[in-house]
Design a protein around this ligand. Sequence first.
Ligand SMILES: NC(=O)c1ccc[n+]([C@@H]2O[C@H](COP(=O)([O-])OP(=O)(O)OC[C@H]3O[C@@H](n4cnc5c(N)ncnc54)[C@H](O)[C@@H]3O)[C@@H](O)[C@H]2O)c1
Length: 385
Amino acid sequence: MATTHTVGIIMNGVTGRMGTNQHLKRSVADIRDQGGVKVGDDTIMPDPVLVGRNPQKLEALAAETGVENWTTDLDRVLADDRYSVYADFQTTDRRVAAVKQAVAAGKHIYCEKPTALNTADALELHRIAESAGVKHGVVQDKLWLPGIVKLKRLIDQRFFGRILSVRGEFGYWVFTGEDAEQPAQRPSWNYRAEDGGGIIFDMLCHWRYVLDNTFGKVRSVSCVAAVLLPDRLDENHEHYEATAEDAAYATFEIDGDILAHFNSSWCVRARRDDLLTIQVDGTDGSAVAGLRGCLAQSLADTPRPVWNPDVAQPIDYYADWTPVDADDQFENAFKIQWELFLRHVVLDEPFRWGLLEGAKGVQLAELGIQSWKNRAWKQVVDLEV
Ligand SMILES: NC(=O)c1ccc[n+]([C@@H]2O[C@H](COP(=O)([O-])OP(=O)(O)OC[C@H]3O[C@@H](n4cnc5c(N)ncnc54)[C@H](O)[C@@H]3O)[C@@H](O)[C@H]2O)c1
């Protein structure tokens, strides 16, 4: 007989950018709208309760997404057995305390990255979740981006021969708020170090799992960063001092003698295929992955340029690249990971993107900051659990 497994999910911080767009609308609400996660004849159905501080916002968001339950009383829902999962998309500085409270209440944990603002705290979350016997997952959405999935396929097919280097270019112009026509598009806490902001913590967490899972383990990091725009306007149109770095240039040594370099900046204008591009160069071919697409150039298709600034460039360097699996359809990356986590909770299927993986991201970010401040390479040691 077909069974429906209802999974009650406390969604905290759901009124924020990530909570609303990626976790509620494009994941949990979408899974509900599609009739749940089908497992043979059975169905896993998420049953969320939206949690936050502002009743008006919660009520409106619940109505918009067809969700029945919302509350401003976190303690009450943590004490409610109908909810077995606590999901956290609050600002980073609130994560550790909230996750600890939820583990103490016996909830499984699913949360955004960074899981903490230092490695010790991030590891502690892993330890307490393990010793409480609850399941846990940390967002590693980039692993399910179509562009990166396609890149991984090329690696698995040995398309590149020997991989020589990896270059990531991430960024776009984030408006300062000064221009009335163009309000700031990231919350102001992102630019305040004292509030857990900064592009190193934001992005090196991602680069850790992308590199570890796609190319090889990250062994060391050298990072330099800058506060390029120290004055921005906040949500109330008031000036504040941006104390956190808004650009970071990091080089990583990874297993297999591969060098990876990632530029991450909120102060650049994009003139490339996508907001994130990762170029991989190998002896037999190269590829450039964006968020969705991936273009490859084999050795046979590689043009032979001649350096001559005296004539117009005869080669179109954007030609001679072949789209990889252009017709394949992909689900939203956050939704894919949510479905895997729900299957882990209900069916006990393996799920390897937990709080220890989250702690590795925090570790790389912390080392990136230290490298910048001390102008030194930092070794990435295996975390002791
Ligand atoms: N996976 C990704 O690609 C990705 C991208 C951006 C941000 N993030 C992470 O997601 C998290 C949220 O980022 P965001 O951009 O959605 O931020 P946001 O500022 O839009 O949302 C933060 C949420 O936390 C809540 N909150 C803040 N202060 C609070 C307080 N004092 N009490 C109760 N609730 C409070 C807000 O109400 C809001 O719901 C951050 O940890 C960030 O690093 C992840």
